[in-house]
Design a protein. Structure first.
Length: 163
């Protein structure tokens, strides 16, 4: 079996210096270094070590994060968080995600104006998924729909007695 080597040109290095927009601290070398969407090193984060120790991340270092409207229970979207994104979400009151396609952090609403204000954050029983209850302002989906699950409902053909 041969191993596939990722050429150095495909590596996306962490920025040498940057400032965290929410808190203004120097985040030099704290952004994840990722190769083709996968984490290649563990980023530095100010996430509470006790919380970080409980998390069960995927091979890419990410956790799925479900955003849910706090007062109606409506499931809005699924995003991805690493330790730093979770830390920012917990400390700023706004949802921060890791964009797997762009390879950068993003705060929901910074470009669209469709903000997610955090009401609570919980881990599931296995600590491998985050549930963020938010007050969603505007559309949650990048398509402009209220939720990412509005546009493509699939038919269910389960037997009637299963209901």
């Amino acid at each position: 079996m041969s191993r596939v080597q990722v050429p150095p040109a495909a590596m996306v290095p962490a920025p040498l210096s940057a400032r965290c927009p929410p808190c203004g601290r120097d985040t030099a070398l704290s952004y994840p270094s990722r190769t083709m969407g996968r984490m290649t090193s563990t980023p530095r984060s100010d996430l509470d070590p006790a919380v970080a120790a409980r998390l069960k991340r995927g091979a890419d270092g990410l956790l799925p994060a479900i955003a849910q409207q706090y007062d109606t229970g409506e499931v809005l979207m699924l995003g991805w968080m690493d330790d730093e994104a979770l830390h920012r979400t917990l400390t700023t009151g706004r949802c921060t995600y890791w964009s797997r396609s762009r390879g950068e952090y993003w705060v929901k609403g910074d470009t669209s104006g469709h903000y997610q204000f955090v009401k609570s954050v919980a881990l599931d029983c296995d600590a491998d998924t985050v549930l963020v209850k938010v007050d969603q302002v505007g559309a949650a989906c990048h398509t402009g729909d209220r939720t990412c699950f509005d546009a493509d409902e699939l038919p269910v053909s389960a037997p009637a007695d299963m209901a």
